[in-house]
Design a protein around this ligand. Sequence first.
Ligand SMILES: [Zn+2]
Ligand SMILES: [Zn+2]
Length: 391
Amino acid sequence: MPETTLQDANAIADQLVAWRRHLHAHPEISGQEEQTARYIADELERMGYETERRIGDTHGLTANLRVNDRPALALRADFDALPIQEENEVEYASRNAGAMHACGHDAHTAMLLGAAAILKEKKDQLRRSVRFVFQPCEEAYPGGAAPMIAGGVLNNVDAIFGIHISSQLQPGELGTRAGAIMSAVNDFGITIHGKGGHAAMPEQCADPIVAAAHVIVALQTITSRSISITDSAVVSVTRINAGTADNVLPESVALRGTIRNLDETVRKHVCKRVKEIAETTALALGTRAEVEIEPGYPVVINDAKAVEQAFAAARLVGFDERKLLPIPPIGGGEDFAYYLQKVPGAFVFLGAGNTDKQCHYPHHHPRFNIDEDMLPWGTALHVQYALSRGA
Ligand SMILES: [Zn+2]
Ligand SMILES: [Zn+2]
């Protein structure tokens, strides 16, 4: 009787926790993951893999498990941390001040290292080669995925699979959906130039504060008046900066914010509307708006067949059918989107939130933590997804 993938993963559970805790204690923020990359590469080489490092001039690396010349499956984990001061009081808490694995990328890396270890022993059961993709810099646009793709990481790859831990799903739950699963991101800056002066003589000025207030209100009409019932968008103004004194009208007001979409056409339309509304509203009030729309990650779009394969693999691992959840799209962005623009694949969310273990804080929170009991489940899912791939 062959062992199940979950039994295989459970057999290395201590190692999975050790990897995760080492990474958790030594976080490096996006773009600075030199030690982390070295640690991962050393662990892979200890397993007998050859690694290719610094792909696309990033800290990203890969290892290959080659079984034939046919296109390979890529399994991806990201490994950058966030500029957050950790507030968890655990022995494996961050030892790098101001840096923290507050999104679970430490777990992603540990789970994929585990899959690399197990699949190495099961090479004769694979019908397709596997490429393990360890990616840096997910948290900071322009991200690590695009330069790694430019560096050839998807050469002779025809499918990709990735897991993100979720503290908002419970242990045993696996959530994903076909189509858009995570949103496109655009940030924007609007500077409203007026004419400053004495606040007691507004007729001699062009007040950018009143203009900014109108612009902010008018921007709310994008989602309420410019978007169809079947589409969705978020436009949030998140920062306002202006003024130095109670009796002075400032020269200008700086606004910043973010735009989220689940469709590229809607995305373009919303960006266009932000620019039009800001410029014309400001003009109507005697001021001038300068609008800068900054690009971010595109929509993460799962392939329907790959999602079915992910759920099928999850059933074989032992996930309860009732906990395979067709979740709605998530407002966050992910540079996994770039891989999915090149090859079909699936991005799934593995539940690791657990109130009893204080693992219920949202991602990017200084007390974010995960239920480590889910690490073997993630490893087993990677392994099963690779093993289930047809010839
Ligand atoms: Zn994150
Ligand atoms: Zn993340």
